[in-house]
Design a protein around this ligand. Sequence first.
Ligand code: 7TS
Length: 409
Amino acid sequence: MAELGVDQLRADFPILQERVNGHPLVYLDSAATSQKPQQVIEAISDYYLHANANVHRGVHALGERATEVFESAREEVARFVGADPRGLIFVRNTTEGLNLVAQAFARPRLGPGDRIVATLMEHHSNLVPWQQVREQTGCQLEFIGLTPEGRLDLEEAARLLREPTRLLAVTHVSNVLGTINPIAELARMAHREGIVVCVDGAQAVPHLPVNLAELGADFYAFSGHKMLGPTGIGALWGRPQLLEEMPPFLTGGSMISVVRLEATTFDEIPHKFEAGTPDIGGTAGLRAAVAYLMGVGMEAIRRHEEELTDYALEALSEIPGLVQYGPRGVDRAGVVSFNLNGVHPHDVGTILDREGVAVRAGHHCCQPLMRHLGVAATTRASFHLYNRPYEVDSLVRGLGEVARVFGAE
Ligand code: 7TS
């Protein structure tokens, strides 16, 4: 862990100095949203202090500065994920990106004879939009199941990735199980059958090296706020050729070429998909977040989180009555979900909070997965580059307190 220099990195995150309920904050909820380094906070305030204007309109200097901030953020974010910037659309978050694909790609193309395939581990953001498309088009929607360890059942995937499937919707990393799915392999299987692949990258881009050219996804969505950036900004990358063929999602200002009362022509991609004034300050923050992550190095971040996760899985496995979910192995990200015999996760979360330990308790927007696991909820600890093993120790001590309060063994 020396390699990453976590102690120095922590100094970049002012919020980690907070005290909570009389204890130093132990923030183990980065899968919900990550904390932000000073560099990101400053990039946002610098933008408002020195460059604020609207984009793509300016004949004046500030307008040019704002456009430069926005378009250079697009270049940098695209470079970060190894993608062609022409396909990179700024959206509010992963949810909006996936809705864009559902409404502008799937809805106009699919009908009753077609099928969408998703998986049992999807976040509601990569599930409900496809249910809507099913309602709107009459297409079928089926789900790839899981192995007992919490991996995708690849035999079932092979069975479902053929006629009449048109689209595969799959998460890169599960926000509950921590499973890292074999996207490149799934994309190869899908593309052999002419199936388009839409990936939810919300839990992958912040934690793993992601190269879209190598992965082969056709659409890939992620959120700035989970990758050290601000809330309200995210990206959808789409294969330019597909984006060009698609109608717009939202319409209005900024996305047009010529408007007459009779008809309107649309701007080129990616602008065709960016209606209205965007979150320019957000893109300044996201660009700074990407620069920060690249400065530390995604390989190093991944190794750090892998070590921390192994440490946590080992430590938790020694707690009597604790059940863990998700696979053990190289395909496991820094998300650790568990249940403590007979204690509701909300009670676990509340007692941990009293000790200054922030975790998430609930269904994690994955109700079908909870049903599959046979539980109503789990407690979840999740890591980022700023977490230390002693914080896992605080979690384990807090769980000892939970066991004491509830008289669990
Ligand atoms: N997909 C996955 C895999 C996620 O984990 C999340 C958010 C989303 C999509 C939605 O992202 P948004 O930025 O559009 O909201 N996951 C969580 C979570 O696990 N706890 O809080 C939010």
